[in-house]
Design a protein around this ligand. Structure first.
Ligand code: NCD
Length: 304
C-alpha cells in the first residue's frame, strides 16, 4: 500500500494511511530512543537534499535512517554542489535518484517536491516546499496530539502566528479539519491564512487577532514563527514582528491540560518561562519527528 509512494502533500494520505503510519511509528519509539536495535533498512541509501536551512527535519530524517540500519548521502549547502554551476533541479534529481533508494527534499519554491517526484523513480518525500506543504511535520504534529488526547475529533486547536507564509500550518489546518477538530486561526490581519486554504476546510474556523478572547477554550496552542525570509518587503515584516508571545502568565488562564506546540525554531513567540510548565510539548514534538520519519521510510521502502 505504501511501497514506492511519494509523500508530497498531506492531502494524498487517507485516514487509514495516517493510522498505519502512526501504528508503525509507535513501534519505532524504543528504536528511536536507542533502547532497541534493528537493521531493517541495511543496504538502503537515503538522499537528503536541503536547499533551505534545517536542523530538526534533516537531522531527524538522518537519525531515523541510521537507527534503522540504512545510510545517508546528501547536502545542506547547495552552493557546494553543481547547482551553483547552473545544473537544473530536474538533472540533480535524476542523478541523485541513481545513487539512492529514497529522496527527501526541501526547497524554497512551492511545487519543487512535486517536480522532483516526477523525475525520480524512487519515492520522494517533501520536507517543505516554500510556503507550500510540509507533510512530515504535519504527521509528527498530529502524532503528538493523538498521543496526548487520543481522538482529534472535537479538539479545539489554535493555530497562532504567521498563517500566511507558514507551511506547517497550511498542511496542518487541512488535516485537522478533515479529522473533525475545531480550528481557531489567530494571526495579525496581515498574516491571515490564505483564502484558498480556508475554502478547503470542512468547517468554518474562528478567525481572530486576539488570543486572549479564546484562551480558555483551547486544547492545543500551535505557535509558529513569523517567516521573515518569505516577506517580499522587510518593512512589512517589522510591522508584525513580535505580534504574539506565549508566556507562563498568559497560560495561567488556559485549560489545565492544554498543551503548547511549535514546529521550532522559535524566535520570541514562546517565552522560556513556559519550558518547565506541564503545558510545554514542543521538545517532545521535535523528538516525535524521529519515530514518525522512521515509519515513513520503512513504509515507502516496503520493509514493513
Ligand atoms: C518549520 C519549517 O521549516 O517550515 N521548521 C521545521 O521544519 N520544524 C518551521 C519554521 O521554519 O518556522
Amino acid at each position: 500500500m505504501f511501497k514506492g509512494r511519494d509523500i508530497v502533500s498531506i492531502k494524498e494520505l487517507s485516514r487509514e494511511d495516517i493510522e498505519r503510519i502512526f501504528e508503525v511509528a509507535e513501534d519505532m519509539i524504543p528504536i528511536a530512543k536507542g533502547e532497541k536495535k534493528t537493521d531493517i533498512l541495511r543496504g538502503y541509501v537515503l538522499a537528503t537534499l536541503f536547499f533551505e536551512p534545517s536542523t530538526r527535519t534533516r537531522l531527524s530524517f538522518e537519525t531515523a535512517m541510521q537507527r534503522l540500519g540504512g545510510s545517508v548521502i546528501g547536502f545542506s549547502n547547495p552552493k557546494a554542489t553543481s547547482i551553483s554551476k547552473g545544473e537544473t533541479l530536474a538533472d540533480t534529481i535524476r542523478i541523485v535518484d541513481l545513487y539512492s533508494d529514497v529522496i527527501v527534499i526541501r526547497h524554497p519554491f512551492e511545487g519543487s517536491a512535486r517536480l522532483a517526484a516526477e523525475f525520480a523513480e524512487h519515492p520522494v518525500i517533501n520536507a517543505g516546499d516554500g510556503a507550500g506543504q510540509h507533510p512530515t511535520q504535519t504527521l509528527l504534529d498530529l502524532f503528538t496530539m493523538a498521543r496526548e488526547f487520543g481522538d482529534i475529533s472535537g479538539l479545539n486547536v489554535a493555530l497562532i502566528g504567521d498563517l500566511k507564509y507558514g507551511r506547517t500550518v497550511h498542511s496542518l489546518a487541512y488535516i485537522l479539519s478533515k479529522l473533525g477538530a475545531n480550528l481557531y486561526l489567530v494571526s495579525p490581519p496581515l498574516l491571515r491564512m490564505p483564502k484558498h486554504i480556508i475554502r478547503e476546510l470542512n468547517k468554518k474556523p474562528v478567525e481572530t487577532d486576539k488570543l486572549e478572547d479564546i484562551l480558555g477554550e483551547i486544547d492545543v496552542f500551535y505557535v509558529t514563527r513569523i517567516q521573515k525570509e518569505r516577506f517580499p518587503d522587510p518593512t512589512e515584516y517589522r510591522k508584525v514582528a513580535g505580534s504574539y508571545r506565549i508566556t507562563a502568565k498568559l497560560l495561567s488562564s488556559a485549560k489545565k491540560n492544554a498543551i503548547v506546540m511549535h514546529p521550532l525554531p522559535r524566535v520570541d513567540e514562546i517565552s522560556s518561562d513556559v519550558d518547565p510548565l506541564p503545558h510545554a510539548r514542543y521538545f517532545q514534538q521535535a523528538f516525535n519527528g524521529v519515530p514518525v520519519r522512521m515509519a515513513l521510510l520503512a513504509l515507502v521502502l516496503g520493509v514493513v
